[in-house]
Design a protein around this ligand. Structure first.
Ligand SMILES: *Cc1c(COP(=O)(O)O)cnc(C)c1O
Length: 376
């Protein structure tokens, strides 16, 4: 293990608490295919998150690809360039054309004011992302979708446990997908889920993630293998026992950063409005032109002192070779996303980071200002 501080570190419960789960798997020899831990985790997660139904997956990307299949999405889908590659890659894997729309700089999410002008006769759906776990403007997006007869699939990979006005943000849209990757707030080593509003769509998704098998001899759809295994499901059950403490620790760390950064107006901490019960999945900061260093210079300064901050999300997806030829990928059309991608830096935040380490990061952020003051 290096003594560098990563941007995130997976939450691992005490190993001795995991052993009884493994013992049970070894005893019953049920490793995958809707095993007992899988069934239990689907029920416990739906209850914890405050959603009707949920179908577990091997990872969030397979959940995304399958969600698009489940709703039979084709043609063009409106999405954001300011996200992780998996969001729009899931469209290409389904032969769907991504149409990028700029973000609202105040939320880093798809700008509802720009969606309608991107709709064409080929548009079938909207694929927004609750970036950093900050909720999209779900009411506006729903109204547009209803007006034009579009489906909405939320990439909620960052939004585990996020609530707005007391109810789960995962209840919006036709489907939402979650990721339980090691770097996410809640992890099952690798994993993911589709949040489903009703039992009928969950049934279809459950078939699709198991090759399309409806029973031993009946295949009803060209499905894929997207199933979560029992070891991951067991990890999820154990994580759930610790999730409230982990979320609480994240909130405390974020408050510490907020306090430390309040004295540096040229570094702007991004966070949702106060009606959101947030998960503090990330600690995103905008490095404005008034700060003595550019974002990349600050990134290098932190790195030189063993702080591995990350530039999420830079570069923009729309600049990748497989997307940049699309008319909607023209940088001039994505001005807000391009600007934020140049200014963003995400600071280390995870439940086990030491308070002194957060203090050290804040101290480094102050260094260029002190230097500037003393040279004037
Ligand atoms: C992590 C992530 C995914 C992919 O999830 P995996 O479980 O890693 O496949 C998709 N979208 C976003 C926005 C993500 O951050």
């Amino acid at each position: 293990m290096s003594n560098k501080t990563p941007v995130t570190s997976p939450f691992l419960p005490p190993l001795e608490e995991f052993v009884p789960y493994l013992q049970q798997i070894w005893d019953n020899k049920w490793l995958t295919n809707n095993g007992p831990f899988h069934q239990q985790l689907e029920a416990e997660l739906a209850a914890y998150l405050g959603v009707e139904h949920l179908s577990l997956f091997a990872n969030g990307t397979l959940a995304l690809v399958t969600a698009l299949q489940a709703l039979r999405i084709g043609g063009e889908v409106i999405t954001t360039p300011y996200t992780f590659a998996a969001t729009s890659h899931s469209l290409l894997w389904n032969g769907i054309k991504p149409v990028f729309v700029d973000i609202d700089p105040s939320t880093c999410n798809l700008d509802p004011d720009r969606i309608e002008e991107a709709i064409t006769p080929a548009t079938t759906a909207i694929l927004p992302v609750h970036c950093y776990g900050i909720p999209c403007n779900v009411e506006r997006i729903e109204r547009i979708a209803d007006t034009y007869g579009l489906k909405v699939i939320y990439d909620a990979a960052h939004a585990f446990g996020v609530r707005q006005n007391g109810s789960s943000i995962l209840q919006h849209g036709d489907l939402s997908i979650l990721s339980f990757h090691a770097t996410k707030v809640f992890n099952t080593f690798e994993g993911g889920a589709i949040v489903c509003p009703d039992a009928k769509i969950k049934q279809r998704i459950d078939y699709l993630k198991n090759f399309g098998f409806a029973n031993e001899v009946t295949i009803v759809a060209p499905g894929i293998n997207g199933k979560m295994n029992e070891v991951s499901a067991a990890m999820g059950l154990l994580q759930l026992r610790h999730i409230d403490a982990a979320l609480g620790a994240r909130a405390t760390i974020f408050q510490r950063y907020a306090k430390g950064l309040a004295e540096i107006p040229s570094l702007k901490l991004i966070h949702p409005p106060s009606d959101v019960a947030w998960n503090h999945a990330y600690c995103p900061v905008l490095v404005s032109e008034d700060y003595p260093l550019s974002r990349d210079e600050l990134y290098e300064l932190l790195k030189s002192q063993d702080i591995l901050a990350r530039r999420y999300f830079y570069p923009l997806i729309s600049s990748f070779p497989m997307y940049r030829g699309l008319p909607s990928a023209a940088p001039a059309r994505l001005a807000h996303a391009a600007h934020i991608a140049e200014q963003i830096i995400c600071l280390p935040i995870f439940p086990t980071i030491a308070p002194e380490e957060v203090g050290r990061v804040i101290g480094i952020l102050h260094q260029p200002l002190t230097k500037q003051a003393s040279s004037q």
